[in-house]
Design a protein around this ligand. Structure first.
Ligand SMILES: Nc1ncnc2c1ncn2[C@@H]1O[C@H](COP(=O)(O)OP(=O)(O)O)[C@@H](O)[C@H]1O
Ligand SMILES: [Mg+2]
Length: 306
């Protein structure tokens, strides 16, 4: 690691105004504590309470972005930091904005041969019978821009379709219906532009919803994943390709479903994944011998402008 003093005065951006504020505060406080344990001059910075110009007036040298969702993970904050010339962690403006949009992410992946489940964009006029005839049941209905499983419904019968659309549309003007992939779930963490060991997620009844992500005790995480080595390597390679084609930088996490034939289907790219000590990127890093505090420092060391 570089000398703690070399990294200067560091702002850990956390909280913010998105639906994922609470999760961001958890991540941010863990990141802050890790940096301080490493002797780095790090301070909390909540953009809900302080304007971004304060980053300049308070002479911060770099920024660790621990904001999830809109106004943080979506390229807006990255743009402000670019303009101010303050190095920040993770993906840049374009990749952050692209990855926040599940629809456009899928367009790029489809164009570049990365497998992602079949889907349709829904409107208030979409007919449940038509969509389910094309995508099958069950299917997933999701807002195109949220995270943390907010506004997502697994639609198991045609009667539930309209309510699922209404719920997703409450969160977002843009709603996706996606083919359901029945099978195992894994997540691929990327650190320093390399794929870490996969984490296999085993949620109760295969239902990895908001509750089971953050509050339930019932979800089990396996790292090492227990997948055959050749399959693990193949998924890691595809994950890295999926990360790169979006233009992502530094670190991130891709959510992947495996079907009955072990074909991986990429669901989404997270450019600022959770960073609590229970989160999946730290878990994957630990499995490759990198402790939490070192993960945080490595992400910070790779901070950049442009
Ligand atoms: N097409 C799908 N097939 C099967 N399960 C899915 C599908 N899409 C989402 N899921 C489940 O829902 C969870 C959340 O979906 P995801 O697209 O990752 O959105 P979020 O941004 O909320 O994390 C996934 O981790 C997975 O368990
Ligand atoms: Mg996800």
């Amino acid at each position: 690691m570089s000398n703690p003093g070399d990294l200067g005065k560091v702002a850990v951006l956390m909280g913010g105004r998105s639906a994922e504020r609470e999760i961001s505060l958890r991540s941010g406080n863990m990141v802050l504590a890790a940096l301080q344990r490493k002797g780095i001059d790090a301070r909390a910075f909540d953009p809900r309470d302080q304007g971004f110009e304060q980053l300049q007036t308070q002479r911060f040298n770099r920024v660790f972005i621990a904001l999830h969702g809109r106004f943080g993970e979506d390229g807006t904050v990255q743009g402000a930091l670019e303009v101010m010339g303050i190095p920040y962690t993770g993906s840049g403006v374009m990749a952050s904005a692209l990855a926040m949009d599940k629809w456009r992410t899928k367009l790029v992946w489809l164009a570049s041969g990365i497998a992602t489940p079949a889907y349709e964009m829904l409107t208030a006029d979409s007919q449940a019978a038509d969509v389910t005839a094309r995508l099958g049941l069950p299917l997933m209905v999701k807002p195109a821009h949220e995270g943390s499983s907010i506004g997502i419904t697994k639609v198991e019968s045609i009667e539930k379709f309209d309510a699922a659309y209404e719920l997703a549309a409450k969160h977002d003007g843009s709603v996706i219906a996606e083919q359901f992939i029945a099978g195992r779930e894994v997540t691929a963490a990327i650190l320093n532009d390399q794929a870490l060991p996969l984490v296999r997620i085993e949620a109760p009844q295969g239902n990895y919803d908001y509750h089971n992500k953050y509050f339930g005790e019932a979800t089990k995480y396996h790292c090492p994943s227990g997948l055959p080595a050749a399959l693990e390597v193949r998924i890691q390679q595809e994950a890295l390709a999926a990360f790169r084609v979006l233009g992502c930088q530094g670190w991130g996490r891709l959510d992947v479903m495996l079907d009955a034939k072990d074909q991986p289907w990429f669901l989404e790219m997270n450019t600022v994944p959770g960073m609590t000590d229970h989160s999946l990127v730290p878990m994957a890093a630990r499995a490759s011998g990198v402790p939490f505090d070192d993960v945080v420092v490595q992400i910070l060391e790779a901070a950049h402008v442009g």
